[in-house]
Ligand binder design. Sequence first.
Ligand code: PMP
Ligand code: GLN
Length: 380
Amino acid sequence: MKLESKLPEVGITIFTIMSKLAADTGAVNLSQGFPDFDVDPRLIELVNAHMTAGRNQYAPMQGVESLRHGLAAKTEKLYGAVVDPDTQITVTSGATEALYSAITALVHPGQEVMVIEPAFDSYVPAILLNQGIPVFSRLTWPDYRIDWDQVLDMTGPQTRAVIINSPHNPTGTVLDSQDIEALKLLVARNDLFIISDEVYEHIIFDDLAHHSMLRYPELAERSMVISSFGKTYHTTGWKIGYCIAPPQLTKEFQKVHQFLTFASNTPIQYAYADILQKPELYLELGSFYQRKRDLFLELVAPSRFKPLPCRGTYFIMLDYSEITSEPDTDFARRMTRQYGVAAIPPSVFYHDGTDNRVLRFCFAKKDQTLKEAAAKLCKI
Ligand code: PMP
Ligand code: GLN
């Protein structure tokens, strides 16, 4: 039997590897991004209520109506964009599925997709499985900004799409108004699409505003904007996300979505539709996580790690170059085994393994977990 892999370079994701190593060694797990605190009990009750009420069969392919209507209302309120819940919104099984569906819907064999690294690990395999060609631009170091001159140089008629992610995993940077101007220039020069990964849209700090593509008509008209309830409601295991796009793009997106999963979990969609009626839950998320960021910063201040600025997401990069010159993948494993704290080595988010001697730490954790981890980090 001859098995030619479609993804010969791809192994098990770093999130699975580091979470398993943390579990096997009993280390504090600040690697994979997920909260270690409980979900709002009201949300659990809502899911239970919808299950008990018999909402347990297939949801509509596009997502349940009340959820799509709730998302349209929220989008208009937050970003000033009027979107039609019937022709512009698709509920998906997590942002991962939305990203895969978006890339599959847009990218033909041989077309290029601009990926800005470090990049979330699902983008490139999805491009490759569609026989697209990933083209890489690297964020500047150490401030992790997009090098727009490079992006403009590398894009042309061969470019089908660019993937944007703000707030950015793993660096914690966010797009500003200059980035938006550069993006407008990019689309004025090139007839390309934007796949905008905005899963951390509500986790943004220091009074900064989230620059959703949906705010800017000239960007929104060619964007598939992807988000996820998992980050916003501390429910990463429920795997519900969505894509907002113009009707023509949504039509193509749904052609893929309907044969990838057909529809997503029904009672959970109803529960999210209900909880969307409490905007304070997402409006307060930024200050909730800002407090955790600041606590973690304060706790690691006496250590030999040097934090890089974090303006959004629940990740922070710590520079460990004062401690060792080991590659980040080696140090991440040794730190887990020897010092009992697991983190993510960001070199895995670069196609060429760029290694700046930093590690990514997730601070979506109970204060007690952060204290325990920081005490260990201060001993290194
Ligand atoms: N994009 C980014 C940048 C992420 O960090 C994540 C979370 N792992 C996802 C997409 C996927 O989100 P989901 O868990 O909803 O599939
Ligand atoms: N988004 C999470 C992270 O960046 C994990 C996603 C996953 O495990 N696939 O850590």
